[in-house]
Design a protein around this ligand. Sequence first.
Ligand SMILES: Nc1ncnc2c1ncn2[C@@H]1O[C@H](COP(=O)(O)OP(=O)(O)OP(=O)(O)O)[C@@H](O)[C@H]1O
Ligand SMILES: [Mg+2]
Length: 578
Amino acid sequence: MPLFEFTDASALLGTVREVDTRKVSIQVNSDEDLRKAKVGQLVALQVASGVDTWLIAFIDKVMKSVVSNSSPNDEQTAEKNESDEDQENTINSVKLTLVGTTRWIAEKQQTVFSRSLVQVPDIQAKCYVLHDQQLENFMSILATSGVKSNSLALGKYTLNDSATAYLDGNKFFQRHAALLGSTGSGKSWTVAAILEQAALLPSSNLVVFDLHGEYKNLSYARQLRIPGPEELGKSSDELLYLPYWLLNADEMQALFIDRSEFSAHNQVMAFQDAVIEEKKATLSTLDKQQILSAFTLDSPIPFSIEKVIGTLSDLNDEMEQGARGLKQGKFYGQFSRLLTRISSKLTDKRYGFLFGAPSSEHQYDSMAKMVAKLMDYNADKAQIKVIDFSEVPSDILPVIVSLVARIIYQVQFWTNHETRRPIALVCDEAHLYLPKKEGQNPVELRAIEAFEKIAKEGRKYGVALLIVSQRPSDVSTTVLSQCNNVIALRLTNGDDQTTVKKLMPESLESLLDVLPIMDVGEALVVGDAVLLPSRVKINPPNEKPLSATIDFWSVWQQQSDEPDFVGAVENMRKQGRS
Ligand SMILES: Nc1ncnc2c1ncn2[C@@H]1O[C@H](COP(=O)(O)OP(=O)(O)OP(=O)(O)O)[C@@H](O)[C@H]1O
Ligand SMILES: [Mg+2]
């Protein structure tokens, strides 16, 4: 059965007048025909050769242009014959972007759609608008070719809401994805919709960075949380400590050393030596000979930061024997500021997740336990891990989030190739910890670089990023530009729209004009994970994230008790809501 049969003239839009690879211009003969064309609609173009082969395109632009008439005597004739003038002096045309080809494949006894263009249309080829039955036929091809074992049902096509829009789950995660949209456009709901489906797979593995505690009610997820100041020193399955000895040399330097100081170089050397000595001490006590001979400054091995401070302060106070009695040692007084800085970080409760862990977290095998919390997937509810960062102060957010991401990436890197299983990091509100590099301090730079590394090399080791943000123009360009699939929800800000446009292939730019006018929960999905770049109404998740938009006016209409302001002030003082 042929895919499209355009027996009556009602679907005919016009004929091809101009072809420029993916862009096609159609000549439309009457105003009536022109009215059939709506921007965003799909059309089919006849192909001369090839039985039942059609080129599919989007309508970009519908135009009725007036052509100025130059002959001098025209004024008179025009007045005489007004209706004629109308026809002579306007050109009706429609601009299209070609998106793919449908073809009958005899061996499969099936019509398939592919994104490649077998050929460009011929001049004068007929162009038909797809609606009703024809549109349904085409959408059902999309839907049936979309249902594969690896498909992720995202929602319904806006063009035809009986057709389910699928994402290819392999391609979506293989080369990173971005989910972008203004605040309240439906990003968190989309994340929940994707998580919900992933949770059904027996060994899926996703870690969600939850910045506002929006996902803490999801019943299918394991909930982890960075301990707040109140919880320091307590040990529990939910609490995720990141002991300081997990930091690599770069991160530690960024945290403790002020590059602008005169003695910075000496500080780095002395600090590193002291850390190496303490790591060595740990390994010797445990008799880890193999590791002793190979470990580096970057190796995550527990050591005592107090002892490092001790060594540095000895050097700082050291006097040595000179020719005329005692004189100041080589490093005398050079580490005073460093020591103050370290001790202020150690006592800063906000850094408690690094320095305030109970001793059970500082054991040699604690790291493997922590990694299992983050990365296992066989236990109950373990496929989806939600890490709640909602009580972490914003200035240290980049450090923590990137530390978690880096550890996951490195463990993945060092896992044997044969046993390595893919894992995806869902970075909600990415603009908060993955900003552009300009103007960031050294600690933040390290954090951003950790993510950039994952963006660039994660694919090879099965680490995928799903970058979610309401401010794409603030997100690191390196990271965003590595995202091969984009789900763009409504975006009203011009800078953000420009950023998203840059992520898309040039031929699709015109599609993006709908970004500011889409409905909540409606998205433009582009990339190799979808058959057709298209507008999709995203399925609401069954379990909703805690992100409801507050209905101010309705709430103000009700009588209600006041919240406990005293309690809120106390929470603010102790930096915790419990
Ligand atoms: N697919 C959808 N269908 C219907 N309504 C939706 C859909 N997605 C979101 N909404 C509505 O929009 C509201 C906000 O959605 P959501 O919290 O996902 O926005 P967001 O983009 O994550 O916002 P923010 O950037 O502020 O985090 C939801 O509470 C819900 O009422
Ligand atoms: Mg959100």
